[in-house]
Design a protein around this ligand. Sequence first.
Ligand SMILES: [Zn+2]
Ligand SMILES: [Zn+2]
Length: 315
Amino acid sequence: MLHATERVFPSDKTSATQGQIRWDTAKSLWLFTMIAGAIAALSLTPSWGGFTVFLVTTGITICAGHSVGMHRLLIHRSFKTPIWIEHILVWLGTLVGMAGPFGMIRAHDMRDWHQRQTECPPHPSHGAGFWRDAWWQMHCRYDLDHPPRFEIEPQIANDRFYRWVERHWMAQQLFVAIPLFLVGGIGWVLWGVCLRVAISLIGHWMVGHFAHRIGHQGWHIAGLPVQGYNLPGLGLITFGENWHSNHHAFPHSAKLGVEDGQLDPGYWFIKFLERLGLAHAILGPSDRPEREGLTRTEHSEQTRQCDTETAFCSF
Ligand SMILES: [Zn+2]
Ligand SMILES: [Zn+2]
């Protein structure tokens, strides 16, 4: 029997495993364009100014935008903030260049729904090897023959700002590109848009790939075909998204680095907002009932065994 999640509702006809992996033309051409611009940035317009623009814009969009705005706030509702702050954070998350707000919720929640069933196909489980998974995740989509009903709660789905951002999510880059062009010329646009988006998309895929295959597990959820793994050492550059075993264990928690020494800049940013009076009701690991079958595994290194021929995995 298929389980429902907060936004995904299977019917009797729904199958979680019957589907096709199809080339996603728009997504693929978007990434290839960004990679071309990234190569141009590095080879034709190298500069310390461009490099600084890249670092600052990547840090803001990934930390405040993707990790805090999109993931911890919009998708998991792990803390509360005034709507204008939420809009800014989610908009910054859109600038990462992956999808609009609704597309991000859908991609996250469909994957999460797949990973909560007894059997998870290789696309949503990151079951394929490195290169094939890269192609599948960054250039293709997984179309189920009989998909479940997917429903975003009305206060998000009917939000006029989110609807506008969703409709024009690629064009949001113009709000970064035009000021960069006016100040630093085409070179800054290549560094601050193309290189940033290319690195963000590839980096996001890599974290997702490895965080479902190898690392310090920390927590195990019995009966599930896919587990999350912590990737120690990557806290600062992923802004805390590397603590993925913790995230599978406590999906509602605003804090991803739940243990001592687990660096989590995204959570520091939320605490900073709290100090300014702009965040409250911040959820921690124990603020919701424990997931069924959750057990602590001592920090043992666990590696997922993959059969690259069929791309199905087992532990
Ligand atoms: Zn996961
Ligand atoms: Zn999540």
